[in-house]
Design a protein around this ligand. Structure first.
Ligand SMILES: *[C@@H]1O[C@H](CO)[C@@H](O)[C@H](O)[C@H]1NC(C)=O
Ligand SMILES: *[C@@H]1O[C@H](CO)[C@@H](O)[C@H](O)[C@H]1NC(C)=O
Ligand SMILES: *[C@@H]1O[C@H](CO)[C@@H](O)[C@H](O)[C@H]1NC(C)=O
Ligand SMILES: *[C@@H]1O[C@H](CO)[C@@H](O)[C@H](O)[C@H]1NC(C)=O
Ligand SMILES: *[C@@H]1O[C@H](CO)[C@@H](O)[C@H](O)[C@H]1NC(C)=O
Length: 379
């Protein structure tokens, strides 16, 4: 940090935060202690990175990604693969030092949002989903549950989501009382900003319900640009002077909506997005592109490091946006590296956020970014 360009924004947000926390405290009394210093990461079960290889010194919480509800019963679909993989995941992380908590994440990108919409739409279907989630979490020994519904499509979905959070939390409190076990955590991955119009009508997340019923929400601060657009872009920029599509705007919108900063866990990508340039010598951010680049549009960090080395790529740190890009021939990649992640973690810390999370484990290069982020958070 220490760079003056943060200052005006920070002063604004600190002002806002103080204001909102005061009104927040009266409106929504906090019924549980805040979680401090969350350094989380998702573990995609469908990848080949073994859970036993996770270095737990860099993390506090690991999510198993993902299970899905069955489209008619709304109970979680435990496939044969999951029945085999979950015990391996839990077994690999149960007795690690330092310890990590494990959460079961439900949903994920590219899954059928209509199933979630229907599930959330009646009390009966919400109950079936909630009961099943608790049963599965306890059966395998998870310590929490996470919802990644991408995305509630309209205002009706959003008000049903609030009911889901409310009833889910109540069920978790009850279950803890009856079983005598520590309550399961309840978290949710959410869009990078609290309000949006993409993939549906204008809508806002139920910030009050998030504040009251969740342990934290995790804004997915990535995928701002990709090869679905015909120009190059930084898919997880901290700042964008020309648009609201940036992490600083997104996190600011959540705080403005009234979610206490310590209940926000900021997303960080361990992957980049790639394009093929229209003209290899026109290679900055926002220049014409012809579609996907290497990796069919996505390369994970360790692949990017290899690509840059193998192709002798030009690597640029965009200090205004706080992001990296690299190019070689007509290939162009927008991504994060140690320096941008460090600055983003410091940004999160300076706003008093609950922590950060990565998508996803297995994508880092020898824990380079994970360890730097962890250090930046702690020191
Ligand atoms: C559960 O998931 C598997 C694998 O995706 C699928 O083949 C099966 O039809 C699903 N079961 C139900 C009841 O939805
Ligand atoms: C999504 O789920 C709904 C409800 O079960 C179903 O009607 C629809 O066909 C599904 N869409 C896709 C693309 O599978
Ligand atoms: C960004 O969002 C603010 C409200 O939060 C709005 O007033 C402004 O017009 C938006 N700017 C752009 C470029 O979309
Ligand atoms: C990019 O796409 C937009 C609309 O989708 C179009 O108007 C524009 O001409 C395209 N630009 C290039 C360089 O192909
Ligand atoms: C790599 O690129 C630099 C300039 O960017 C050039 O000086 C050097 O010769 C290149 N090396 C190889 C092996 O292509």
């Amino acid at each position: 940090m220490g760079t003056p360009k943060f200052m005006p924004f920070l002063i604004f947000v600190i002002f806002l935060t103080t204001l909102l926390q005061n009104s927040e405290a009266n409106q929504f009394p906090s019924v549980h202690p805040p979680h401090k210093g969350i350094r989380a990461a998702y573990w995609p079960s469908f990848n080949t990175f073994p859970a036993s290889s996770i270095d737990t010194s860099y993390f506090t919480h690991i999510y198993y990604a993902f299970l899905l509800p069955e489209p008619t019963t709304y109970k979680l679909n435990l496939t044969q693969f999951d029945q085999k993989t979950i015990p391996q995941f839990i077994g690999a992380l149960r007795t690690r030092n330092p310890p990590v908590k494990t959460l079961l994440s439900i949903g994920g990108g590219g899954t059928n949002a209509t199933v979630f919409s229907l599930m959330a739409s009646t009390q009966l279907t919400r109950k079936a989903f909630i009961s099943s989630s608790i049963e599965v979490a306890r059966k395998f020994g998870f310590q929490g549950l996470d919802l990644d519904w991408e995305f509630p499509a309209d205002a009706v979905d959003m008000s049903n989501l609030a009911l889901l959070y409310k009833e889910w939390r109540k069920a978790l409190d009850n279950e803890a009382r009856i079983s005598g076990k520590p309550r399961l955590l309840l978290t949710s991955a959410v869009y990078y900003a609290s309000k949006f119009t993409f993939y549906g009508g204008p809508r806002a997340y139920p910030a009050w319900a998030i504040s009251k019923y969740l342990d934290w929400a995790s804004p997915m601060c990535f995928d701002y640009h990709g090869s679905w657009e015909n120009f190059t872009g930084l898919h997880a920029a901290l700042y964008d002077s020309k648009s609201n599509i940036s992490t600083s705007y997104g996190i600011g919108s959540w705080i403005q909506a009234g979610v206490p900063p310590n209940k926000l866990v900021m997303g960080l990508p361990l992957y980049g997005r790639t394009w093929t340039l229209q003209n290899p010598i026109v290679n900055r951010v926002g220049v014409p592109a012809l579609g996907v680049g290497p990796g069919d549009g996505v390369l994970v960090f360790h692949q990017i490091v290899n690509f840059n080395k193998r192709t002798n790529a030009t690597v640029v740190f965009d200090s205004k946006a706080v992001a990296y890009y690299s190019y070689s021939g007509s290939s162009w990649i927008g991504y994060d590296d140690v320096r941008s992640v460090n600055l983003k973690v410091r940004f999160a810390k300076s706003l008093g956020l609950g922590g950060y999370f990565f998508w996803a484990l297995g994508q880092d290069k020898d824990w380079t970014i994970s360890s730097q982020a962890s250090n930046a958070w702690k020191y």
